[in-house]
Design a protein around this ligand. Structure first.
Ligand SMILES: *Cc1c(COP(=O)(O)O)cnc(C)c1O
Length: 400
């Protein structure tokens, strides 16, 4: 047995089998590079699922972690902590929001959004509204409520009954949404660009109409930017590509470059719904993670990573489309949140993905035939070229 096979066997005996793992065991990482337990090098264009946006083991981030770890790590939310305020100020500078709630993950950020929407309707507006409308192919997390918000059968399998109060409507279809709105509707929650769903971008027309409907029916407009937020799409927030102002934003993945931290941002109006005791978390927004988060935002701003994501993303799109391969239908997405839609069979797409890993390139394959790239925002053109050249070779080998 190789070392890798031994490790795999050990895991099978020890961990719940919740993950379909890639055939790689990562020992260390730096920037956009990973090394496995045998020292093989990989180019990582997945960045821990859009998490390590500043690259793995970023020197400045490592220094902040080390420094803060000696000063204050956790004391609970029974106490005031200046680190939270430092990050909140930086987050609120990026958009029109007024207030922040910190938590530990994307699912928790969405739980906070769902709870504030219900409580806002029920305690501030005195309406008996609780229903949250979400879209087909959405992904909002794996807790029982966010799973119901996600609404996809494959994730719900075996977990009945589905938590009450969530309805899904057809994606990018304004009539379907309008039909679903009723006196019990509290909010609409959607991803501007669906990540797990295969990099699907809602249209400007749709998003503006969603906002109109929300205003007309006095329901909240909430956007799940757990994946798309923080420069990923070329702006601080994906919704800022459009002429809309949501009432609630959720975020997590890139916020602390790999440490668990999530947040929910909202307006003064909506934030009235939460009073002391309404919602809480033991770990949420601890001093260590928020200190790191503040550094992440400082670096993103200082190094113009929004502009860089736009430039590198356009570079990738132009070069991949420039291959003029019959096996590439389109490159979807914005900035460095990209999906390459292949036209081959899922079997051929899987073979391409396998070969990429073999050649030391990590990307994600979703929805059968979409190669998803969500690399660090610091990825270089040279690194992207290596992927594009390798992809070109592999596409040429696909059978007609
Ligand atoms: C990853 C993701 C989540 C869930 O985040 P977790 O940290 O895994 O709970 C929710 N929404 C979107 C859009 C995501 O991409």
């Amino acid at each position: 047995m190789t070392r890798f096979e031994q490790l795999k066997q050990r895991e099978e005996n020890l961990l719940c089998r919740t993950y379909g793992r890639y055939p790689v065991s990562v020992a260390r990482a730096k920037g956009c590079k990973l090394w496995d337990i045998d020292g093989k090098e990989y180019l990582d264009l997945l960045a821990g699922i859009a998490v390590t946006s500043l690259g793995h083991c970023n020197d400045e981030i490592s220094a902040v972690i080390a420094e803060q770890a000696q000063k204050l790590v956790h004391v609970s939310n029974l106490f005031y902590q200046e680190e939270q305020l430092e990050l909140a100020e930086k987050l609120l500078e990026t958009c029109h929001m007024d207030k922040v709630f910190f938590c530990n993950s994307g699912a928790e950020a969405n739980e906070a959004a769902i709870k504030i929407a219900r409580r806002y309707q029920q305690r501030v507006k005195n309406r008996e509204a609780f229903e949250i409308i979400t879209l087909d192919h959405a992904f909002h997390g794996r807790t029982l409520a966010t799973l119901a918000a996600t609404g996809q059968e494959k994730y719900l399998d075996g977990f009945a009954p589905k938590t009450e109060g969530f309805v899904q409507v057809a994606w990018n279809d304004i009539e379907a949404l309008e039909k679903a709105i009723n006196p019990k509707t509290a909010a609409i929650h959607l991803e501007i660009i669906q990540g797990e769903g295969g990099i699907n971008c809602l249209s400007a027309e749709y998003l503006e109409k969603v906002q109109e409907l929300c205003h007309k029916h006095e329901i909240l407009f909430m956007v799940d930017e757990v994946q798309a937020g923080l420069c990923r799409t070329g702006k601080w927030w994906a919704f800022q590509h459009f002429n809309i102002k949501p009432d609630v934003i959720t975020n997590a993945k890139a916020l602390a470059n790999g440490l668990p931290l999530g947040c929910m941002l909202t307006t003064n109006e909506v934030s009235q719904a939460f009073v002391p005791g309404s919602h809480a978390t033991t770990f949420g927004g601890g001093a260590l993670v928020t200190k790191v988060g503040a550094k992440v935002l400082e670096i993103m701003k200082r190094d113009n990573l929004c502009e860089q994501a736009t430039q590198r993303g356009n570079y990738l799109e132009d070069k991949v489309m420039g291959l003029k391969s019959p096996w590439v239908k389109e490159v979807r997405g914005l900035g460095l949140m990209r999906g390459i839609q292949l036209t081959c069979t899922p079997e051929s797409a899987k073979a391409i993905w396998d070969s990429l890993i073999e050649k030391g390139i990590i990307v994600n394959l979703t929805q059968g035939t979409v190669l998803r790239l969500i690399p660090a925002l610091t990825v270089t053109e040279k690194e992207l070229d290596y992927f594009i050249d390798t992809l070109a070779e592999l596409l040429q080998k696909v059978e007609k």
